[in-house]
Design a protein. Sequence first.
Length: 152
Amino acid sequence: MCWVGNYPPVWQLDFPAINYRMPTWLFHRYGVTGLGYWDTLAWSAGADIWHDAASFISDNPPGVVFNGDGLLVYPAKHAQIGFDAPLASLRLKWIRASVEDYMYIDLLLQAGETDFVNQQLGRIARHFGDWDNNPPLLMQVRQALGERLASL
């Protein structure tokens, strides 16, 4: 998949980890109150998801490969990881962190800290085509939100 110019935060293996954090930073700007994802256990029949990132191959349009799309929990077997149990991907853990980010923002907005929240969001996430691929900055902004919450 090829992107030219600004693009929304894409949730595939070929894109930076920060993409999994950005959507919830933008939700309040657009009035979004929930997060849905089409699948967490999807892979094409016969795919070896432990050795081939092409977990989902589209039927429409045919043949387009989406590496890791729809696959956030791996069906682990003893041979792969030493035990038989589902294994959460790092991508799923980043989504969890993004929900926590959303909760920080939501709590501050409920406390009347709208100007502060907008100022902080402006540092990292302005809209779906304009956000910073800068993990240290994201953590600085999250720290500022957490400190403001702790001071209330």
